[in-house]
Write a protein that binds this ligand. Structure first.
Ligand code: LMR
Length: 395
């Protein structure tokens, strides 16, 4: 049976990570996968996480199953982090299932959408995270794209986006990146969120908000402001969140799928479907990552420490954005100032395939084939090498 299978290409992001690990170039730089790195190029375990783990080690009393929705303390704390004091929470209209990472949350959401409307189309930004499209298609959903990033002017195609969203049929799903758009770093401002929210309410599509980088843009609340605004205007919303980046818990696979319904009674029904989806995929989520987040967010002291560490990561990335712009504007004859106005880990360099390949082969600099760079992979030690290499391939 297996002999009929055809080999598939490696994943565009994870394949790059494997190739980087094998490269013996002592100057190599990994600007591929979206993982935060410190000035030394390491991705250390956050201090708040270490403390929470130490606490759990002493205090965990059982390894028995935790249930379909996962750790309920985690779920309610994540809802608050996403929505603040939003009236949907106060009205008990939100239900959350802990999921194995942001990707797990998206897959649960995809299967939940299939149960609601198997004929729904999921609309995603052009471009979007490489895995979004295959993930929804794997669940049997149709995926279409709406204009988003303006490659030419390095901004947003907002008017085109609005025109397309107005044509989205009622019952379809529109995926929006809450902040730190992956891969472009280009975010909607609040005025634009307001317009999108009004269209969603008018047209009747259901927004699915992917929030994988809360706290990496301008702050935990600011990064959720667009999401909260949407929740003001529409009755139903799906939110897929991740603790991979903001808690640095990548390999623990911890995220959540939250559903907002128009009434608490509908929320209960939606929740029963959500939990049945979970049961049929992986039965129950793993406990460790949720326990860490629950412990941190349940302690004022650990929350304050985590906020400090998160701010440190965010500030470093924003500082690097300026450093990159200065270096590239000095070394090349192009203007890279747009990188300063984008948010989160990623921006496009806007160079072509051949130039990207040369960066990898000749300089050991790994960036995704779309020209997406992980800004956090830059440091004071490698910025010179990086900017000179980019200048060289641009010649
Ligand atoms: C990325 O976009 O690099 C990250 O979200 C990691 C991944 O799974 O692709």
């Amino acid at each position: 049976m297996f002999s009929i299978l055809k080999p598939l290409p490696t994943d565009p992001i994870l394949g790059l990570m494997a190739a980087y690990r094998q490269d013996t170039n002592p100057n190599k730089i990994d600007l591929g996968v979206g993982v935060y790195k410190d000035e030394l190029g390491n991705t250390p375990v956050l201090k708040a996480v270490k403390k929470a783990e130490a606490f759990r080690l002493e205090n965990e009393t059982s390894k028995s199953y935790i249930g379909l929705a996962g750790d309920l303390g985690f779920c309610s704390k994540i809802e608050q982090q996403l929505l603040g004091e939003h009236r949907a929470l106060l009205a008990n209209r939100v239900r959350t299932a802990q999921a194995p990472g942001g990707t797990g949350a998206l897959r649960v959401a995809a299967e939940f959408i299939v149960r609601c409307n198997p004929n729904a189309t999921v609309w995603v930004t052009t471009p979007t995270w490489a895995n979004h499209i295959s993930l929804f298609e794997a669940a049997g959903l149709t995926v279409k794209e709406y204009p988003y990033y303006d490659y030419e002017n390095k901004g947003l195609l907002f008017d085109e986006m609005v025109e397309t969203l107005k044509q989205v049929p009622k019952g379809d799903i529109v995926l929006l990146h809450a902040c730190c758009h992956n891969p472009s770093g280009m975010d909607l401002n609040l005025e634009q969120w307001e317009i999108v929210a009004d269209i969603a309410a008018d047209v009747g599509f259901t927004p699915l908000v992917d929030i994988a980088y809360q706290g990496f843009g301008t702050g935990l609340d600011d990064d959720a402001a667009g999401l909260r605004l949407l929740a003001d205007k529409v009755d139903e919303l799906i939110i897929c969140s991740s603790c991979s980046k903001n808690f640095g818990l990548y390999r623990e696979r911890i995220g959540a799928c939250s559903i907002i319904s128009d009434t608490s009674a509908v929320a209960d029904i939606a929740n029963s479907v959500l939990l049945s989806v979970v049961r049929s995929i992986y039965s129950m989520p793993p406990a460790h990552g949720a326990a860490i987040v629950d412990t941190i967010l349940g302690s004022n002291e650990l929350t304050a420490l985590w906020h400090e560490e998160l701010a440190e990561m965010r500030d470093r990335i924003n500082g690097l954005r300026s450093l990159i712009v200065d270096a590239l504007n000095t070394e090349t004859d192009q203007d890279f100032s747009f990188i300063k106005h984008q948010h989160g880990m990623f921006s496009f360099l806007g160079i072509n395939k051949e130039q990207i390949e040369r960066l990898q082969k000749e300089f050991g600099i790994y960036i995704v084939g779309s020209s997406r760079v992980n800004v956090a992979g830059i440091s004071k030690a490698n910025i010179d090498y990086f900017s000179k290499a980019v200048a060289e391939v641009l010649k």
